[in-house]
Ligand binder design. Sequence first.
Ligand code: PAF
Length: 316
Amino acid sequence: MIRKSGNRFSEEIMLKENDSGLSRFAEPELTRPITTVRTVRDLRARVAQWRGAGERVALVPTMGALHAGHLSLIGVAKAHTSRVVVSIFVNPMQFGPHEDLAHYPRDEAADMQALAGTGADLLYAPGADEMYPQGFATQVSLPSLTEDLCGAARPNHFEGVATVVTKLLMQCAPDAAVFGEKDYQQLLMIKRLVRDLDLEVEIVAAPIVREADGLALSSRNGYLSHAERKIAPILIQTIGHVASDLAQGRGCDDAAEAGRFKLEAEGFRVDYVAVRDPDTLAPLSGPLKGPARVLAAAYLGKTRLIDNVPVPFSRR
Ligand code: PAF
């Protein structure tokens, strides 16, 4: 059902045509209903039971609308620990006033069904009052890592993510937490906050899961019209070309500019195409002197797509 991509730039999971990918992650013999808890108290009680029995616990934070990308995170979690908690919380704090909070897909019954076959042990689905009780006043922010790229177009988005992820990690106190590489800026931010706040959790990065035509899986892909969906894979094709150009010695600004030009010519409204240091997200210029990451965000109609690819460095 899935294959590792042959793409020389990345370790990714590609779905086959007409494959939702969900069944790949749902082993029939493991299919069983999953228990749901909605309070921090119940979550901690369950985790304490497991800990008491000497088990290790991983957390997979999500906003629901689960697809094969999320389920692959659970697979990665299962490879690290014996118990896996999945959280579903559509976090209002990370949506801007004109973003899609009201329309964001929510279907807990479908999510429960998707989880039933994955081997996840517990669903933590708190309400907004549990996460942000009356008088809640704390924000976690990492300006140096979040002011540009997606942060420039989505003011306060990363403060919302950092705050809720910090809370989830403190509520669950897992040994490991898994985040997808598709949200690369988010992943680096979370690694940094865990280090800065001395949280005792291993942050595990999971590879991007892609449709057969290369489009990275996202809960927002469902917003694309039929015509937009056909164009959407040009995003990954384009940043793949940028990565190839860089590997062949083309300068970073030049390669990124060519990528932007190509996307605009294909009908995207480009937010950014950027070549960055893969660990710090610092901008790079000139021909590569080390590994890099190509990141892009672009709109098709009202839908904002993001994607990224690594560029390994080999001395020519
Ligand atoms: O990546 C997401 O789905 C969200 O940003 C996260 C990490 C679950 C926080 O709400």
